[in-house]
Write a protein of this length. Structure first.
Lengths: 181, 264
């Protein structure tokens, strides 16, 4: 293993999980995310010599976003892929089933699933900005770099996605009795 | 209709404003009920997202695939698409010969310089053993948070008797032990949990060979040290400082209790 490879592994690969999560938020389809991440890591490796500055994470995630757009263009697909059907089926099952497990745990699992579903339903450009801020804890400048939009756009997308998630979460909570269709 | 200050309030919430603007915004929030409510909403959304949203990690299969692709990439530095069109007019073999020659020379030097440190099969063994341990049901042979259970178990199942201690107060919880075949012997592995990270502490009977330097490989950190006749390596994807924190604790105990680290 040469020196470049060793440096790459030490500096870039610790952000592999962040890159993987980001790819999932972009496409929400696990298989696609795999290919995008692999392509991004290879491109990052080839361009590693040109990396300036220390913000490796934002740099790597920007490459993931590039690879994602390229893949989208190639496949001419719509940007938003809904969650697979069986998840919906599971949701319905979990809500109607009278399982004997501890109630709290089961409610908590339902909440997690509901939340994941609501996140998945956000438009991609809202979902990515929101998750980069709240889960990856990036600042506005980093998010602007990763998503390639001005900081003002980052701020308005953040505001809209937070408001939308909050509203849908409330709706879901109020509509609980009707959720069992 | 939203308050005109809502984006500034959000920036304040995200710690994106300087102290002067922050004071300004705080004054505004005092008499704007709408912005007070907004601040609560922002807090609530953040709490729910950080607590309940799925936190995906790279599947091991994908990680392995990527490492394989990187191996290929570093083994054959092909001329990439960035080569300008008129350079392509040169016969392919000239470029190829040049590249091969240059690479061969570079590779020879790299080989001479780096092989003793980087091409150490022990590193591969350790990383593989760590990754394997993270697969379902491979992590722990003896489940216990009690060192008086874990340590005697090693006596019957491994060739060494390493330092075993629980550091729960310091954030490193002992969760069990395991036997792994490593460096041609039955090595002992003490397993700790630190936050959501697993730390495997491998130990084996030392020999004359120099211990590798601390290194990061495949995204995992490996920290080495010697205590008595045993060699240790802590492996994890946790941050370096946190890994070294555990190493320090273990070394301190090993130094105090030298007989603990004698081979059986």
């Amino acid at each position: 293993m040469d020196e470049k490879r060793a440096r790459f592994e030490a500096e870039v690969l610790p952000h592999l999980d962040a890159a993987y999560r980001f790819a999932r938020w972009l496409s929400y389809a696990p298989g696609d995310a795999d290919d995008v991440v692999q392509e991004a890591v290879l491109r990052a490796f080839r361009g590693f010599d040109t990396l300036r500055g220390s913000d490796v994470k934002a740099w790597l995630l920007a490459i993931v976003r590039n690879c994602h757009s390229t893949a989208l263009k190639q496949q001419r697909r719509r940007a938003f892929v809904p969650l697979p059907e069986e998840n919906d089926a599971q949701d319905g099952y979990a809500m109607t089933a009278t399982t004997p497990d501890p109630e709290n745990a089961s409610i908590r699992r339902d909440e997690k699933r509901t939340l994941d579903r609501l996140i998945a339903a956000l438009p991609e450009e809202h979902r990515t900005v929101l998750m980069l801020r709240e889960i990856e804890e990036m600042d506005y400048r980093q998010i602007a770099r990763v998503t390639n939009v001005p900081i003002g756009t980052v701020m308005s997308r953040l505001a809209r996605s937070r408001a939308a998630l909050k509203a849908r979460w409330l709706q879901e909570a109020e509509g609980e009795p009707h959720a069992v269709r | 209709m939203r308050c005109a200050e809502s984006l500034r309030v959000q920036a304040y919430f995200d710690a994106e404003v300087d102290a002067v603007s922050a004071a300004d915004i705080e004054r505004h929030i005092e008499h704007c009920a709408e912005c007070r409510a907004l601040l609560q909403d922002l807090e609530q959304v953040r709490t729910v997202l950080r607590r309940d949203s799925s936190y995906a990690r790279t599947p091991e299969a994908l990680r392995a695939r990527i490492m394989g692709a990187l191996d290929q990439e570093s083994a054959s530095p092909r001329p990439r698409e960035r080569v300008s069109p008129n350079r392509r007019i040169r016969p392919f073999w000239m470029g190829a010969l040049g590249a091969v020659g240059g690479t061969a020379i570079a590779a020879t030097f790299a080989f001479l310089l780096l092989v003793p440190r980087l091409n150490n099969p022990l590193l591969d063994e350790l990383v593989s053993a760590h990754v394997r341990s993270l697969m379902p049901t491979h992590l722990i042979d003896v489940v216990s948070t009690d060192k008086h259970t874990v340590k005697p178990w090693f006596a019957g199942h491994t060739d060494v008797s390493p330092v075993v201690a629980d550091f729960e107060p310091q954030g490193y919880r002992l969760i069990g032990g395991r036997a792994d075949y490593l460096d041609h012997q039955r090595s002992a592995v003490v397993v700790y949990q630190h936050g959501s990270h697993i730390i495997n502490v491998f130990s084996w009977a030392g020999n004359e060979r120099a211990l590798p330097n601390n290194v990061t490989r495949n995204g995992y950190h490996l920290a080495f040290w010697k205590a008595g006749d045993l060699e240790y390596c802590a492996v994890s994807d946790t941050a370096w400082d946190e890994l070294e924190g555990l190493v320090r604790l273990l070394r301190d105990i090993g130094a105090r209790d030298g007989r603990d680290s004698a081979p059986n």
